[in-house]
Design a protein. Structure first.
Length: 358
């Protein structure tokens, strides 16, 4: 899940490139991709039985909870909202499966990934082919200062921010305000943005958005019949998509926006550094790790998107070399990253808050 904002950065000469974290003298040298590939290869195999078991232990409870939410409307809407929280947790987990399908890592079969991914996309209100395309761009450009703007959270450098007119600086501050990013962001992203074929990629992606919207409409009709009215369906489903979207956007944010995260200009950008130093290992309590589909091992996912979610933890636990270079963020430390908003390009890409500029 991610906030996609199409931003126009002010044109200016880039400042002298500072040394990237990967080349700082006192930092241990990063392993090469060739060395890492030998460690990653054993975990890159999809397993149909594991994928089906994950679908069963997630999709069935998700649908069961939605039904209980519908029935709870007869008792109290507070009960409905209380049930929305675990339901949203299962939706986040389903989104991770949808995400894996886009990397063709969930099932061994490419066709199975496409079909299941599309159907899951309907449930999580995200067009599969379109989102997968944007997400592939994200993987190819994460941490690259010259290639921001697709599949990521809009983040300005200090120089770009200062070059903006006052009204745009205020707009950027509002966008980065946590209550707006994580509160309104899910509604904007999943209810509005995902219904439109933007950014435009091609005919396949555009048609996929249309088919996904038709699928969502079909689910809404069936859900309205089951719930007794469209209003009842909305009362049940909208809180779930909002809570799940909030959790998903937070996961995406904290895995790429933290103190010490890797940023580099295109000429100095390095794939291994963007994965190991630009994507965190978000160390969550066990139950939250389960609901988030192990996506907290994000540095490994960026090293090799071909590793399915059910193999990520084993890859981390069994490879000390990857552990040595991982940027570990605890649950508590992650909360403190919400204040970060700007890239200080003159200070090795350090992330700053607006308050730090005062």
């Amino acid at each position: 899940m991610s906030i996609e904002v199409i931003a126009t950065f002010p044109k200016q000469d880039a400042p002298a490139a500072p040394p990237s974290p990967a080349s700082v003298p006192d930092a241990p040298a990063l392993p090469t991709m060739k060395a890492l590939n030998r460690l990653l290869a054993p975990y890159q195999h999809a397993d149909t039985r594991k994928a089906l078991w994950q679908l069963a232990n997630t999709l069935l409870p998700f649908l069961g909870l939605l039904y209980l939410m519908i029935r709870s409307l007869e008792v109290s809407y507070w009960l409905t909202l209380a049930l929305a929280l675990p339901t949203a947790g299962f939706m986040v987990r389903l989104f991770i499966f949808f995400h894996d399908c886009g990397h063709n890592s969930f099932f061994p079969s490419r066709q199975a990934n496409k079909i299941v991914g599309f159907l899951l996309g309907v449930l999580v209100w995200t067009p599969s082919e379109h989102w997968w395309h944007a997400h592939a761009v994200h993987h190819a450009t994460s941490g690259n200062l010259d290639k921001r703007g697709t599949g990521d959270v809009t983040t300005l450098t200090v120089e770009e921010y200062r070059a903006l007119p006052l009204t745009q600086r205020i707009g950027y501050q509002l966008f980065r305000f946590p209550l707006i990013m994580f509160g309104l962001g899910p509604i904007y992203t999943f209810v509005l943005l995902n219904r439109l074929p933007f950014p435009r990629f091609g005919r396949k992606e555009m048609l996929n958005v249309i088919w996904t919207n038709l699928g969502i409409a079909a689910v809404a009709v069936a859900g309205s019949l089951l719930a007794g009215s469209f209003w009842n369906f909305a009362l049940v489903f909208l809180p779930v998509i909002w809570m799940a979207g909030m959790g998903g956007i937070w996961l995406f944010y904290v895995q790429h926006q933290f103190d010490g995260v890797y940023w580099a200009r295109d000429k100095e950008w390095d794939y291994v550094a963007s994965a190991l130093l630009g994507a965190s290992y978000y160390q969550l309590p066990r139950v939250l790790q389960w609901f988030s589909g192990n996506i907290g091992f994000h540095q490994i996912h960026h090293l090799s998107p071909r590793i399915p979610n059910y193999n990520l933890e084993a890859c981390y636990r069994e490879n000390p070399l990857i552990q040595q270079h991982s940027q570990v963020i605890t649950f508590g430390a992650g909360l403190r990253t919400a204040r970060l908003a700007l890239i200080d390009e003159r200070n090795r890409g350090r992330m700053l808050s607006f308050h730090d500029l005062l």
